[in-house]
Design a protein around this ligand. Structure first.
Ligand code: TXA
Ligand code: MG
Length: 344
């Protein structure tokens, strides 16, 4: 299959690209498109044939449900049995935006593979002009996971989608680099207090300002659960080819680690704040200034993917604190590292 990448930009003739995307989706095909978090790989959420193609193109396990994207808040009522009061407040406060709300789904409306056998569905309204334009022209809900091959870092640029999906999907709408760089917060409001299943751009602190107490399980609490609530979080994720190890954000520690590992014959790629530039790494990918978490989340997946373009045999990534969006960043880094930390 030929994979077309079409620029969608207000200065270009984008109408044709949208029409093509809408036609493909209506014909049960999949289309990749930008959101404010990462690129998504979409199919019409009521079309089982189309949704199945998402799982095929990604190589995604079938027990992992998809997020449904909508263009207006009113549409939620079409798919949800009873919208909890909390959810109404959250949608008003954060939509469009990087918050996925898990609620009880009406039976028999969405394609079965979207919910992967669960009684709930995650819904979000993305805050990206291309995604919103596509949804409004289509006038149908779009099921979309991140547009990477399963296990790889999520795509924050159209070229990342191309790397993973060339020959597997017909169309990528190219809207440039995404804004936030890591996926939406997934919040389960079917329980009280609501539980964060995946931390993201909308932080615990932000949620609590609107609805009061919210639970953000610690790593050890998550490990205790035999069935993780967000099925996707149990799989290997965000992993470049070379192994990743987390390391303290301390220049002396990092310098020593690099020198030791190089002596053992490793080639080192370092992801760290800009001030860590001259510590001897073979490849250096700066996150931005120390403590600039926004920049860190924008760059994280791009940097992890860039490591695959080098001959590095080991990737060291410095950690950050878990306040604010740091919780989401550390969640992704822990996954990319498979929980491994550097120790001498
Ligand atoms: O920012 C995002 O959320 C991006 C963009 C494209 O919208 N999408 C995304 O989708 O990250 P995906 O499929 O890569 O991750 C969805 C996560 C998975 O961990 C999945 O298991 C969980 O949300 N999830 C989806 N529906 C769920 C449900 N009904 N109950 C629990 N977890 C659910
Ligand atoms: Mg994903």
């Amino acid at each position: 299959m030929e994979t077309k990448r079409m620029l969608v930009d207000n200065n270009l003739n984008s109408e044709k690209s949208y029409t093509q995307a809408v036609d493909l989706l209506n014909n049960g095909e999949v289309v990749a498109f930008p959101t404010e978090t990462v690129y998504g790989l979409g199919a019409i959420a009521t079309n089982e044939r189309g949704v199945k193609k998402i799982f095929e193109a990604k190589g995604r396990p079938s027990d992992n449900p998809l997020i449904v994207h909508i263009g207006t808040i009113e549409e939620v009522a079409n798919y949800i049995e009873e919208i909890p009061e909390n959810a109404v407040k959250l949608m008003d406060a954060f939509w469009p935006g990087p918050l996925t709300v898990i609620m009880r789904a009406k039976k028999g409306l969405l394609a079965p593979s979207v919910t992967a056998g669960l009684q709930t569905v995650g819904i979000r309204m993305p805050d990206h002009p291309v995604a919103l334009q596509l949804l409004r022209k289509l006038k149908k809900p779009v099921a979309a996971p991140s547009a990477n091959r399963s296990g790889k870092p999520s795509p924050t640029k159209a070229v990342h989608v191309e790397e993973d999906m060339l020959g597997r999907i017909p169309l990528i709408l190219d809207g440039g680099a995404t804004g936030i760089g890591i996926e939406s917060t997934v919040l389960d409001v079917t329980v009280n207090p609501p539980v964060i299943l995946r931390p993201g751009g909308v932080t615990k602190e932000m949620l609590e300002e609107v609805i009061g107490e919210v639970i953000q399980p610690t790593k050890s609490q998550q490990a205790l659960e035999s069935t993780p609530k967000a099925p996707g979080m149990k799989y290997t994720h965000y992993a470049p080819n070379a192994p990743v190890q987390l390391i303290d954000s301390n220049q002396a520690v990092v310098r020593d680690a690099i020198s030791k590992l190089k002596n053992e014959g490793e080639k080192i790629a370092l992801l760290a704040p800009i001030s860590f530039e001259n510590l001897g790494a073979d490849y250096f990918f700066p996150y931005g200034d120390e403590g600039d978490k926004e920049m860190m989340s924008i760059k994280l997946y791009d940097d992890l993917r860039a490591c695959d373009k080098t001959d590095a045999t080991m990737i060291l990534a410095t950690a950050t604190s878990t306040d604010g969006v740091g919780a989401a960043i550390m969640n992704r880094l822990e996954k990319a590292a498979g929980g491994r930390w550097y120790n001498e």
